[in-house]
Design a protein around this ligand. Structure first.
Ligand SMILES: NC(=O)c1ccc[n+]([C@@H]2O[C@H](COP(=O)([O-])OP(=O)(O)OC[C@H]3O[C@@H](n4cnc5c(N)ncnc54)[C@H](OP(=O)(O)O)[C@@H]3O)[C@@H](O)[C@H]2O)c1
Length: 323
């Protein structure tokens, strides 16, 4: 019998244990659709664990707590100290409601601590500092071990850091969305803040599986994505086809190229990818073992550079601006 692949882990000053370069994204656990049964989720998590993935990411807003509950249930078979569990909450205005909100996540996930808790989104002109004070209180009480933010700009992060210590930033980063290269990524690197990428396969587009006529189904959150806008998608589709040709030419898959490209960035600690089945997660784990030359990755950057200029700067890929 061949030994299972064990994926690499990166050490950082942020976590007391090394973290797997691939993180398991839990947003699909928010709901079931006709393609999904609970056993698929359980099998996917089992496969992830067996391969050494120890980074699991969810949020309260994935199905209004439902995502956390299902995710927590699937994880409950594994020894708690063996994995890094992260969740997120939308911005709260006060310290006390923040502490209560964190406790709600703990109940949903059936755990007594979280390794990482994020402020999921900034909101309008709401001051994020009271929430940060609440998170620091949770850290003092041992309810959470690290604090993160997601979807914050450098300016918003600077304000937040007046009220506490931000350990991790989770940002959208992939071959189709590179707007943080100029500011947020260098800022985090300079201040010793760990960086995780989300939508690392650009919501599945970088699997190359969506044809040019594809539109996400009714009810699929990707319908709001800038990538699938009728004025944007045809250009993306052409660029992805060019990336696919490069992959074919180099004897690799597009997923292998997309992951290798992200992991070449030393500032990125872990790339978060969503998977709805053990087949998908196994393929993604396998993809980490591909050896891709610098020349191919440079040519990939060239295609991405050209595309970059054509994607509208909507601030975030979801065109979502919470008040
Ligand atoms: N902080 C934030 O605001 C934020 C925002 C978005 C996401 N996230 C986190 O990042 C995670 C991943 O993000 P994401 O789901 O947007 O994007 P993603 O990881 O780029 O794409 C996930 C999708 O890719 C497809 N896929 C993955 N592996 C595949 C494979 N081997 N073969 C074929 N298809 C494959 C699946 O598409 P199908 O569904 O079509 O099968 C899956 O739903 C989320 O679960 C969440 O934890 C965080």
């Amino acid at each position: 019998m061949t030994a299972p692949l064990q994926i690499a882990k990166r050490t950082s000053h942020v976590f007391h244990q090394p973290i797997s370069v691939l993180g398991f994204g839990g947003s699909l656990y928010a709901s079931f659709d006709e393609r999904q049964v609970l056993q698929d989720f359980k099998d996917a998590i089992q496969a992830a664990f067996e391969a050494g993935i120890n980074h699991f990411d969810t949020a309260q807003s994935y199905g209004d707590g439902q995502g956390e509950r299902i995710f927590g249930g699937c994880l409950s078979h594994f020894e708690r100290e063996r994995y890094i569990l992260a969740s997120k909450m939308l911005l709260k205005k006060g310290k006390d409601e923040t502490v209560e909100g964190v406790k709600a996540s703990l109940r949903n996930l059936a755990t007594n601590y979280l390794d990482l808790f994020y402020i999921h989104w900034p909101a309008g002109n709401t001051d994020p500092r009271p929430m940060m004070e609440g998170l620091e209180e949770c850290r003092r009480q041992g309810l959470i071990r690290h604090i993160g933010v997601s979807n914050f700009s450098v300016e918003q992060l600077e304000v937040l850091r007046e009220a506490g210590t931000v350990d991790v930033v989770q940002l959208c980063y992939n071959l189709l969305w590179r707007r943080h290269e100029e500011d947020l990524i260098p800022y985090c690197a300079k201040h010793g803040i760990g960086i995780f990428s989300y939508s690392s396969l650009a919501q599945g587009i970088l699997t190359g599986k969506y044809p040019k006529e594809y539109q996400p189904a009714e009810g699929d959150a990707r319908r709001n994505s800038v990538f699938f806008r009728p004025d944007v998608w045809p250009t993306i589709s052409d660029a992805v086809a060019a990336m696919q040709r490069l992959a074919d030419e180099s004897g690799a898959t597009l997923v292998e190229l997309a992951m290798a490209w992200l992991l070449r960035q030393p500032a990125i600690l872990s790339i978060i990818v969503g998977a709805r089945s053990s087949t998908q997660i196994r393929r993604n784990i396998q993809a980490l073992f591909a050896s891709i030359s610098d020349n191919v990755l440079d040519r990939l950057t060239d295609i991405s550079d050209e595309l970059k200029a054509t994607i509208p700067d909507t601030g975030n890929i979801f065109q979502y601006y919470p008040e």
